[in-house]
Design a protein around this ligand. Sequence first.
Ligand code: IPE
Ligand code: IPE
Ligand code: MG
Length: 272
Amino acid sequence: MFSSSTRTIPAHSPVPRHLAVIMDGNGRWAKKRFLPRVAGHQQGVETVRRLVKGCTDRGIGHLTLFAFSSENWRRPAEEVKYLMNLFVAALEREVGRMHQNGVRLRIIGDLSAFEPRLIDLIRRGESLTAGNEKLHLTVAANYGGRWDLMQAFNGLVQAYPEKAGNYTEVDLEPFLAMNYAPEPDLFIRTGGEQRISNFLLWQLAYCELFFTEQCWPDFDEATLDTAIASFRKRERRFGRTSEQLLAAPDNKTNPLAAVLTAPTLPAEFPDA
Ligand code: IPE
Ligand code: IPE
Ligand code: MG
């Protein structure tokens, strides 16, 4: 079980342990080029391949990509169909390479809505790569943060009906779809919108957010590095004050430690 940002203070890390990405702006990328929207989705698959490599090279252990939300069914039927076919094609083409590169693939979301062929490819990809540890790649497909919370609540109530009224965060977390990963510490959304769009609602509690105007097909390593550089400069307080942070054991890695003077705290002050 990983530490929870609301119950313990996660250890400082100069490189995000878990990067979560909303891959947005495919349609606008295509429109700017007078191409059909789906050309943007196709090009977006190339960006995924580059980012997987970029994360592996930088020692990022977990990468989670939002590929299709529980609300994306509202799109025109032809676009939805194209996206499903693209998912099938991407799995057929990429899983072997991922396996060779030590990537472990998991899909989170309500898979029951998908065609049997896609479900089968997902299951086969997950089991082929199950022993890999270099990069944990999670693709959120037919995923919604509210769906995740509801399926977790329902699982919890079914498993422990006698505890009703007294459930804790610790009880719920094993039932969440991403129970195998630390909470994301860096979130990137491309395409210029500054919203969460029902992504990882529970897990983003204390995540650092980074937004870029760049559309997903254009997203590159330079922007990834800009996001990581921004992440490094953030003062991650997790509810504490700056002064407490400076007095905490990990303050050597806090970029503000060099410019601020650590105050003396009363001995009885709880050191978070
Ligand atoms: C993100 O790009 C891909 C999916 C949501 C599947 P969009 O298709 O949302 O692109 P824009 O936001 O319309 O430009
Ligand atoms: C979020 O993008 C979902 C994915 C990237 C899969 P959307 O394009 O669907 O989000 P909204 O509708 O602009 O909020
Ligand atoms: Mg969009």
